[in-house]
Design a protein around this ligand. Sequence first.
Ligand code: HRO
Length: 326
Amino acid sequence: MELDLSCHVAGIKLNSPIMNASGAMCTTLKQLEQLDKSRFLSAIVTKSCTLTPREGNQKPRYHGTSSHSINSMGLANMSLKYYLKAAEIFGKTKPVFLSLAGLSADENVKMIRGIASSETNVSGIELNLSCPNVPNKPQIAYDFEAMGDILNRVFEVDFGTTPLGVKLPPYFDPVHFNQAADVLNNYPKLRWVTCINSIGNGLIIDPITEETVIRPKDGLGGLGGSFVKPTALANVRTFRKLLPSHVDVIGCGGVLRGMDIFEHILCGASAVQVGTYLQESGIAGIPRLYHELENVMTLKEYRTLDDFRGKLKIAPLMFANKDPSC
Ligand code: HRO
């Protein structure tokens, strides 16, 4: 059986459901060039940027292992102009999504206008409403009024047909899922949501040295990797149910194996982004994800991603359970 792992995000056809997560190997042109070369990565997402370059937080600001990571980069980036250049170069071979994380509504509006007036090949704009690591800047998407204010400003801009999506933080409470969806559903031009950004303000410590593993914010940083997967899946699944079908959900969080991609898609993801695993394994690790997904599909006799996308089943009701302890 010949498998077809193609998918669509915002109407753009992708030949694989795998792309990088903003932040992972996508800050410099050299890193972006590597992403461009991997034929298993179907699109490139650039590092969240601001109008002018930022050095970001003090180092050490990233710590990763094969299973998890913590970061407090502090929005270190090379500026919008730099990533427009990247889109010009790499947009010739694959879709490039520019991630924006202006520190104010005005900055985001200016950047979107800048993209609209540029000649470059930007396939989409991912507006990051959830950076957890800029000191004294709360995560916008946890403040539903502020999120609405920013989106009102952004969707007033005429950015033509370039699709725009938002990167959301993890939500943990059904009331918050509904409140976030109520805001997002006011914007018919919204084309996707990416769920989830890192779980903000976790703390990883080294018991041997009795130190935090990163320096900024006394060691607090955004968590990624295996322990965020259940939260990511819950967010993907819930937003898939709450948003209309023309808004794609991109799954992000805990993708370390092909089976993790399978699970994200089963929850309704159109495609997935890979952060910690890409950062730790480099692009050399990406073919393994792709082939593992192929193996899962072959075993389960699925030919296309549509065959199982969003088809998660709920555990059947257990009858005649006489054991009161379970
Ligand atoms: O740069 C960062 O510290 C950062 C950003 Cl912008 C983000 O969106 N998520 C994250 O974990 N780190």
